[in-house]
Design a protein around this ligand. Structure first.
Ligand SMILES: O=C(O)CCC(=O)C(=O)O
Ligand SMILES: [Fe+2]
Length: 374
């Protein structure tokens, strides 16, 4: 064989090999781990500058963050105005808070986490029935952040369930295994939605927006979209080379996040990545891009990411809430005046979907693209 032919043949073999591997990675991290790996494949290795700095326990300089705590029971009682001030401060300074005494029973919380664990333990073929690369599919099992576009994959598998109008038609599309998934997820999502509605009312009040005829129809905030995302981060043999989720902000108004007892969530605060300490049965609540836009930049949609670890897998359940898919999202006219000019372009859900499906994940790029002044 002449040397050129030799090079071409080698290239072809390499292409085939990589093509085959690409296909393997699309099947998710659990599937990959089931083959008994001891090193992570190149596909998951981040460039050095994007890798997390994982601090060993013995070194004791890990930076943990106690997020502001909002006591939901207090918010509903005579101290409401005081709690609203703390809520506003948390949304301005951190974009995050932990919500305690929220009234959702710990059994409901444990049930959805258990069901999540069981789902990801199902045989690959069972989970694969729900795999789809269509970002708008009402039920979607997938991997990484945006598996259609990500150059480097992240160490996450997920199940996304659209919860818009929990009709029996919609529920029949949800996974039938584990047997109690539909019941646990619909029960949980209804309660999370109710909590969100009360919270978003408090957020609007904290912004000084009251329900009057001049303001956007506030019903839109309550009757909007909801997406439940069950995240599974399997234990990882080389956690310092990859991430469970890359730095990102959430697109919606508010995200209510449950995490199990394994830590991993980090938020960016004053230029540092700080680990959020899990509080059992509490929610981590964060401001999304739509709320930053609506509040004309007063409340911050903050970058966060997820670390993985070598000994434990981790489950989290995010309930993402926003306006109805067809609504326009714009800075509230109530918050704009001569000294506070409009800072963001109007947007809608379709624009967001178009943006994320058309570019590789680049941290806060969607929100940045909506800014009028950079
Ligand atoms: O798993 C976590 O702690 C965070 C998940 C997250 O950021 C998301 O689902 O958007
Ligand atoms: Fe997130």
């Amino acid at each position: 064989m002449c040397p050129t032919m030799n090079i071409l043949a080698t290239e072809k073999i390499k292409e085939n090999y990589e093509g085959k591997n690409e296909c393997k990675y699309q099947k998710g991290v659990r599937h990959l781990c089931e083959s008994g790996i001891t090193k992570i494949p190149r596909k998951y290795i981040l460039p050095i500058s994007d890798r997390p700095l994982i601090v060993k326990k013995e070194e004791k300089i890990e930076e943990n963050l106690n997020l502001p705590i909002i006591d939901f029971a207090q918010l509903q009682g005579p101290n409401r105005s005081q709690v609203l001030k703390s809520l506003a401060k948390a949304c301005e300074e951190y974009g995050f808070f932990q919500l305690v005494n929220h009234g959702i029973h710990s059994d409901t919380i444990q049930h959805i986490i258990e069901v999540g664990k069981k789902f990801f333990e199902l045989p690959f073929e069972e989970r694969a029935k729900y795999m789809s690369i269509d970002m708008q599919a009402p039920v979607r099992v997938g991997t990484s952040y945006n598996q259609n576009k990500d150059g480097v994959f992240c160490w996450r598998d997920f199940l996304k369930l659209s919860c818009h109008s929990l009709s029996s038609d919609l529920l029949s599309l949800w996974p039938s295994s584990p047997v109690d998934l539909r019941e646990a997820a619909s029960n949980y999502s209804k309660q999370a939605k109710f909590l969100y509605q009360l919270l978003v009312g408090a957020i609007l009040e904290s912004l000084g927006i009251v329900n009057n005829n001049d303001s956007q129809n506030l019903k839109e905030f309550e009757d909007g979209s909801q997406l439940l995302v069950l995240n599974c981060y399997p234990s990882c043999p080389e956690p310092d080379l990859t991430l469970g989720m890359p730095p990102h902000s959430d697109y919606g108004l508010l995200t209510l996040l449950l995490q199990d007892e394994v830590k991993g969530l980090q938020i960016q605060h004053q230029g540092k990545w700080l680990t959020v300490e899990p509080i059992p049965n509490s929610f981590v609540v964060n401001v999304g891009d739509h709320l930053e836009i609506f509040s004309n930049g007063r409340y911050k949609s903050v970058l966060h990411r997820v670390l993985v670890n070598s000994s434990k897998s981790r489950i989290s359940v995010a309930s993402l809430h926003s306006l109805p898919y067809s609504s326009k999202i714009q800075p509230s006219p109530n918050l704009i005046n001569e000294s506070n000019p409009k800072l963001y372009k109007d947007t809608d859900f379709a624009t967001f979907l178009e943006y994320i499906s058309s570019c590789e994940h680049k941290s806060k790029s969607f929100l940045e693209s909506r800014k009028l002044i950079n």
